[in-house]
Design a protein around this ligand. Structure first.
Ligand code: GDP
Ligand code: ZN
Length: 310
C-alpha cells in the first residue's frame, strides 16, 4: 500500500504526491463515503490517502486518513450536497481589495467565521494598496485596527508592484496555507509573485465571470518547498460552513465572544436583550460597528430559520 498527498482533483481523477515527490494519477475504488455529509467530492486537495499501484501506472485510492479539518461549501446555491474545498489546512489567508473591486466586509467576516468554526488561524491581506488615495489609506488603517482588535493580523501589499510580498512569504514555511479572495482582487498575481514559475492565469475582472462562463471550481495545491504548500481556492462566494447553529454564531466572532461573558443572560443573542454587554461595547466603539452588522446580517440570513448555511 502506498501513501500520498492529494494535490489536485478534477472530479474523477486525483493527483497524489508520494513522499518521494513522484506524482501518481489515482481513482477512487468504488464509493468512499464520509460520515454525516453528502459531498460531491469525497476527496479533496490536502487529503492524505492510501492507494494501490495498478499495472498501468495509475493508482487506486482505498482509504482517506482522518482529517485534521476541512472546509466545505454548498455545491450550488440550491443543492443539498456540499463540496469540500480543502482538507488539513494550517492557516488561511483572505485576499481583498478596497477598490477595483471592492470586497464587501461581510464576505471577509463570513470567511473569518468559517475559519473560527474550523479552528483555522486566519489572516487578512489587503492588496492593491498602490491605487489607494490618501483618504483611502486612512480607511485602510482603520480597518486594520478593527481587525487587529478582533484578533486578526493583517498585511498591506501590492501584488502588482511587489510590495511586502516577503511578509506573506515568510509566513508560509512548513505549513499548508489556503488562499481565498473574491474574483479580481489579485490573488493569482500575489501567488505568482510568492512563487515565480507558478504561472497562474491573471486577468482583468474576469470576462468569464461577467458572461457567467464556468470557471474552475476545484482548489489546487502547490508545493513551494519541502513541507510547504499553498492552496488556491476559486473565489469565496458561498464559501463557508455547511451547518451552523444560529445560537452559536457569536462564538465565532472572537471579540463578541469575549464581551458576551458580561451579558445579563448567558443565552444572550446580542440582538434585543436588555443589559447586553456586546451592544454596549458597540455603542462605546470597543466593538466595531461593521463587525457587529456582519454578525446581525449573517444571523438574519433569510434563507434559513434555525440553521445557517453559508
Ligand atoms: P484574481 O482574480 O484575484 O486572481 O486576480 P488577478 O491576479 O487575476 O488580478 C486581477 C487584476 O488586478 C489584474 O489586472 C491584475 O494585474 C490586477 N492587480 C493585481 N494585483 C494588483 C495590485 O496590487 N495593484 C493593482 N493596481 N492591480 C493589481
Ligand atoms: Zn449580549
Amino acid at each position: 500500500m502506498e501513501k500520498g498527498l492529494v494535490i489536485k482533483s478534477t472530479g474523477s481523477w486525483y493527483k497524489v504526491q508520494k513522499p518521494n515527490k513522484e506524482i501518481i494519477d489515482c481513482k477512487i475504488r468504488g464509493k468512499i463515503r464520509l460520515k454525516g455529509i453528502r459531498t460531491t467530492n469525497p476527496i479533496s486537495v490536502g487529503d492524505i490517502v492510501q492507494f494501490l499501484m495498478l499495472e498501468d501506472g495509475t493508482g487506486l485510492i482505498t482509504k482517506i486518513e482522518t482529517r485534521k479539518n476541512y472546509i466545505i461549501r454548498k455545491a450550488t446555491n440550491l443543492s443539498k450536497e456540499s463540496h469540500i474545498i480543502a482538507a488539513n489546512i494550517d492557516q488561511a489567508f483572505i485576499v481583498l481589495s478596497l477598490k477595483h473591486p471592492t470586497t464587501p466586509l461581510e464576505f471577509v467576516d463570513r470567511f473569518l467565521v468559517t475559519a473560527e468554526a474550523y479552528s483555522i488561524k486566519a489572516y487578512i491581506i489587503f492588496n492593491k494598496t498602490d491605487i489607494l488615495s490618501d483618504e483611502e489609506k486612512e480607511d485602510l488603517q482603520i480597518l486594520r485596527f478593527i481587525y487587529k482588535e478582533a484578533g486578526y493580523e493583517s498585511y498591506e501589499i501590492s501584488a502588482k508592484q511587489g510590495t511586502n510580498i516577503d511578509q506573506i512569504r515568510n509566513m508560509l514555511p512548513g505549513k499548508i496555507s489556503l488562499f481565498a479572495g473574491n474574483s479580481g482582487v489579485g490573488k493569482s498575481t500575489l501567488l505568482n509573485s510568492i512563487q515565480p514559475g507558478l504561472e497562474l492565469k491573471t486577468g482583468d475582472i474576469s470576462d468569464a465571470h461577467k458572461t457567467g462562463k464556468h470557471t474552475t471550481t476545484f482548489s489546487e495545491m502547490f508545493e513551494l518547498e519541502k513541507d510547504t504548500y499553498i492552496i488556491d481556492t476559486p473565489g469565496i462566494r458561498g464559501f463557508g460552513i455547511i451547518d451552523l447553529d444560529k445560537q452559536e454564531l457569536w462564538h465565532y466572532f472572537p471579540e463578541i465572544f469575549k464581551e458576551s461573558h458580561k451579558c445579563q443572560f448567558n443565552n444572550c443573542t446580542h440582538t434585543h436583550e436588555p443589559k447586553c454587554a456586546v451592544k454596549q461595547a458597540v455603542e462605546e466603539v470597543r466593538i466595531s460597528e461593521t463587525r457587529y452588522l456582519s454578525y446581525l446580517s449573517i444571523l438574519e440570513d433569510e434563507n434559513e430559520k434555525h440553521r445557517l448555511k453559508f
